[in-house]
Ligand binder design. Structure first.
Ligand code: CDP
Ligand code: CDP
Length: 222
């Protein structure tokens, strides 16, 4: 089966999705990394997200490849390993504007659907359950309070990046707003998704509840 995990920034989607995939022997796909790779490429080529036509044309010319690595998924942009570069602040601050472009979304959605063709995939993002894989057998909407999500991001890299937790909270709230208000496949909880609020849940507990839900679904399908 396929598992869709959606939710706002910093809810724990990537961490949890990777561990769920490991436990089930599934393939993990981080769709946010693909939007980040397009954003990095646009930045390098000085294409503004405001220039929708130029951004659309550029997106059709870039090659993005995902590959399983020892510490998670590796991301290649035209054969260059950009796994670390796509996490930079510049990319984070721009990605939601790039992700609002209709062509960017349709190019990446097609790629994501192909990756999930043979099932056995845990895919995380914003629109997986609603738009990319509406037939996914299990859909999770993972959330947490914005304060907790900012604290998590701060613990991860706040000091190295020279930002305060308050600044991160503002930036995350703004990204949530852009993601939820865009016209094409906005961030929204699918009607048939199970909501997990991880504000006070440790990672392992979230992982175990999703693994248990998936085992129940598999047993029901037999
Ligand atoms: O990990 P983090 O929550 O910071 O974000 P991400 O999953 O790497 O996604 C970065 C951005 O890509 C999001 O804020 C969205 O603007 C966009 N995105 C999207 O629009 N649709 C997806 N399926 C995944 C990401
Ligand atoms: O992919 P997303 O942006 O939703 O979140 P993430 O990058 O997986 O998680 C953000 C940070 O929160 C990571 O450093 C996780 O280790 C941490 N986390 C946590 O402390 N408790 C959870 N229940 C989930 C994630």
């Amino acid at each position: 089966m396929n598992i869709a995990i959606d939710g706002p920034a910093g809810a724990g989607k990537s961490t949890v999705a990777r561990k769920v995939a490991e436990q089930l022997g599934y393939i993990y796909i981080d769709t946010g990394a693909m939007y980040r790779a397009v954003t990095l490429s646009a930045l390098r080529n000085r294409i503004s997200p405001g220039d929708a036509a130029a951004l659309a044309k550029h997106t059709e010319s870039v090659r993005i490849r995902l590959q399983p690595g020892e510490n998670g998924q590796l991301v290649f942009l035209n054969d260059e390993d950009v796994t670390d570069l796509i996490r930079s602040r510049d990319v984070t601050l721009l990605v939601s504007k790039v992700a609002a472009n209709e062509t960017v979304r349709s190019v990446l959605t097609d790629m994501q659907r192909k990756l999930a063709d043979r099932k056995g995939v845990v895919m995380d993002g914003r629109d997986i359950g609603t738009s990319v894989l509406p037939d996914a057998e299990l859909k999770i909407f993972l959330t947490a309070s914005v304060q907790e999500r900012a604290r998590r991001r701060f613990r991860e890299s706040g000091i190295q990046q020279g930002v305060t937790v308050e600044q991160l909270e503002k930036e995350i709230a703004e990204r949530d707003r852009l993601d939820a208000e865009r016209e094409v496949s906005p961030l929204v909880c699918a009607d048939d998704a199970i909501v997990i609020d991880s504000t006070s849940m440790p990672i392992e507990e979230v992982v175990q509840s999703i693994v248990a839900l998936s085992r129940t679904k598999l047993a029901e399908a037999k």
